[in-house]
Design a protein around this ligand. Sequence first.
Ligand SMILES: Nc1ncnc2c1ncn2[C@@H]1O[C@H](COP(=O)(O)OP(=O)(O)OP(=O)(O)O)[C@@H](O)[C@H]1O
Length: 613
Amino acid sequence: MSCRIQNSIQNSLWFLTSSSSSSSYSLAKNGVNNRIRYFPKRLSTSKPSLYCTTRSTTTDSQNNLIGSDSFVLTTPLYYVNAPPHMGSAYTTIAADAIARFQRLMGKKVIFVTGTDEHGEKIANAAADQGSNPKTHCDTISQAYKALWGNLDIAYDKFIRTTDVKHEKIVKEFYSRVLANGDIYKADYEGLYCVNCEEYKDADDLLENDCCPVHLKPCMARKEENYFFALSKYQKQLEDTLAKNPDFVKPSSRLNEVQGWIKSGLKDFSISRSSMDWGIAVPNDPKQTIYVWFDALLGYVSSLLEDDGNPSLQNAISAGWPASVHLIGKDILRFHAVYWPAMLMSAGFSLPKMVFGHGFLTKDGMKMGKSLGNTIEPNELVLKFGPDAVRYFFLREVEFGSDGDYSEERFINIINAHLANTIGNLLNRTLGLLKKNCESILVVDSTVAAKGIEFKETVEKLVKKASVQYEKLALSSACDAVLEIGNAGNVYINERAPWSLFKEGGAASEAAAKDLVIVLEAMRIIAVALSPVTPRLCEKIYTQLGYTEDEFKALTWTETKWGGLKGGQVMAPPEPVFARIETQLPTLDGTEAPKKTKQKKKDKKLQSQNMVEA
Ligand SMILES: Nc1ncnc2c1ncn2[C@@H]1O[C@H](COP(=O)(O)OP(=O)(O)OP(=O)(O)O)[C@@H](O)[C@H]1O
């Protein structure tokens, strides 16, 4: 298994020059071998007076410090135990599409991503690589940034939990929770999964105390730790979820969270005495802060300006609370139970929504770094381009459910939707316009579409797309936009402008209007699909005679019918999306073209284009 991870690291870092030096940190060994059930035993309590300066947090008294035109969206801060894989990319692509949509809606978006760099799992990963944790974190964190570049991820903030400003925020937050009387010292005994960085309930484990996610045995541990009084917030959490069911989405995940809370919340350990790769507990340097208590605060520290004073109040004022935490369902408990309770204790507002999406799976198992059963996203981008990767995963995996990857399906979907339905429609329409109208629109698109039903269809579909984007139903949003392309193909095939042009006179004038109508629909597709496939949409837009700057300045209002004007000159037609040609190796080792159903469909399209020409 470790060999597989090692390979995966090497594969994923082929584009980086990694520098590693030998380890200079220590990891205290734990000699507890017996199977022991979890129980925190209170040794001492500290109850200093509450000094919170903000209002206490309930759903009714949300201390919203930012205006309604703001939208703060976060991905998980990814563990740097290994380079990113398609699962990490999935959440980030989804977040990027949502952020781009909200920007189009005129929101002031802060899109936060980053890396979680402390804890035993990272220290172990660095040691396995013969590296020290800092060097290891620098290398892997850079691999995340490089992948986000390759996937056209336009984040606003990238936080690393080893950043100095983050450490300051964590310590201040810890002191605030301590001052509220919610931290105490106690003995801890339990079974620990290093890969989850979590003590596990023995009842939740597989045979031989194996973690059900990582399939590795948990280790028995006994430590004196600091605890967070989670149980104190049971009622407040129950009330918050009851009053605000949108706090956890989709609703199946809300049920799960309500079930956990109902079964009784136990205080949890928020420090480690056996691990020095972490942030020291204020006033007790022998202990480091538990990696989850530390990492969740990255959502707050990321909001700080680079040159400002790194105080909690400054971070909160810069954008808290988050509008949406986008996460995989594996880390739901941390985000929907621990994190809100921590915020309640510190007196800060809760995020408005935690959305827990499903897993990309391989052979039914969650694809993950620890299991090493991952797909390499850089390779997919290299082979198929960022738009294809973004579109496939957002369109194919219903947001919230699990989904499997198959290359054949990938190629079929991308060729059918992006190359044929959208790319080919644009290309053939511009070809006809060039041949018959010297690439100039004869009339405004509003005039051309008077009394035409197709215009209403487009308007309905674009409205549907915006509703689906708002609901984070990204697959349905893609479908709505694709439907515009399908309707456009039906319209042009029924109208057959290539024949009308041959008739001349009024028929020819009608044909020229038909082209304006279809191109206006293409313009609307370019705006509406731009959150998902930004490069393709920019190409479409520039083919329609606009500049790159005009594309960058677009807002969702430009999905309104009527953008294209008479006299506007279109660029010469050029394919905006190349079909993926698949090659299968033959027995003699040469490559042979693969025949798919899609290929036959494409042949049909080609002959259609010949008729039009
Ligand atoms: N298979 C997956 N499908 C969808 N999202 C995933 C998948 N794997 C990771 N993610 C995303 O990454 C987050 C977890 O980040 P983490 O860095 O722990 O990755 P991981 O690969 O799951 O690590 P590990 O295998 O070591 O547990 C998830 O909550 C989710 O946002």
